[in-house]
Design a binder for this molecule. Structure first.
Ligand SMILES: CCCCCCCC/C=C\CCCCCCCC(=O)SCCNC(=O)CCNC(=O)[C@H](O)C(C)(C)COP(=O)(O)OP(=O)(O)OC[C@H]1O[C@@H](n2cnc3c(N)ncnc32)[C@H](O)[C@@H]1OP(=O)(O)O
Length: 222
């Protein structure tokens, strides 16, 4: 498996874009496997939060899980997963906090690029609670940061969050939610993006963000 820095990443001084010539079909197969594992770990997180079992049983379960962790540790990357891509332009970032297929902490967000920007439908459970029954404000900001960042990047350029402003109009209930984002305008290396989270009754959080193409990164249309 060949590995070298993505030239654009080197230009902007950011590591972690790694060329990886695993064929797409093999990447897809592996992604399904790690996503299935992460799905079960996500169930584990939810089950752990909501368990009412007694202390002795929880100690036994903890020991069983510690043994599972040891099995996973038998083969590990030396650091975080980063973003990998192959010559067919298939890229994968399985550790990403918001959409990483292998990351049980990620809801995960399945972002769809559409004509006006991006949207995603997500169903947030007990692990994302802040106020009782409501989504943690930091989680809302994290999900918006991601979908707005993907919108700014538009699958063709690197942008980083410069400023993200969120307005929490009312509590966001746990359960099914819709995220949307679109580009408002661009000024040089700055991309201004609007985003929102909505439940069945309408918008709960609005956001504005300035996403910046780092100096040295290729021009928007380059
Ligand atoms: C070949 C294609 C490849 C495509 C690859 C696509 C990959 C897509 C993959 C997956 C999508 C994932 C989506 C991710 C979503 C999540 C995003 C995050 O979580 S990002 C992590 C959090 N953010 C940071 O850690 C940034 C840390 N900050 C910085 O790195 C710098 O401060 C940076 C880049 C933001 C600005 O640095 P400077 O050196 O470029 O900035 P200066 O030259 O001083 O300013 C340029 C302009 O920007 C304004 N500016 C600078 N900083 C600003 C800020 N913080 N807020 C607002 N404006 C700012 C300035 O006023 C200036 O504007 P004037 O040109 O004068 O009009």
């Amino acid at each position: 498996m060949m590995s070298r820095r993505f030239p654009e990443a080197a230009a902007v001084g950011v590591g972690g874009f790694v060329r990886d010539d695993t064929p797409t079909e093999q990447v897809d197969r592996r992604e399904a496997v790690v996503a299935s594992l992460a799905g079960t770990v996500r169930d584990l997180v939810d089950a752990t939060i909501r368990t009412t079992l007694g202390d002795a049983e929880l100690h036994r379960i903890r020991d069983d899980l510690a043994a599972v962790v040891d099995r996973l540790r038998a083969g590990q990357l030396p650091g975080p997963a980063g973003i990998r891509y192959n010559s067919e332009r298939r890229s994968w970032n399985w550790g990403n906090a918001v959409m990483g297929a292998a990351n049980a902490l990620a809801p995960p967000l399945d972002v769809v690029h559409d004509a006006s920007g991006c949207h995603a439908d997500v169903d947030l459970g007990a692990a994302y609670e802040g106020p009782p029954g409501l989504v943690h404000g930091g989680v809302s900001a994290m999900l918006l940061d991601h979908i707005m960042g993907e919108t700014a990047s538009a699958m063709r350029r690197t942008t980083f969050t410069g400023t993200l402003t969120t307005r929490y109009r009312r509590g966001t209930p746990l359960g099914p939610l819709r995220l949307e984002a679109s580009i408002v305008r661009e000024e040089g290396r700055k991309v201004f993006v609007a985003g929102s989270i909505a439940d069945a009754d309408g918008v709960t959080v609005e956001a504005e963000g300035v996403f910046i193409q780092p100096a040295g990164a290729p021009a928007a249309d380059g």
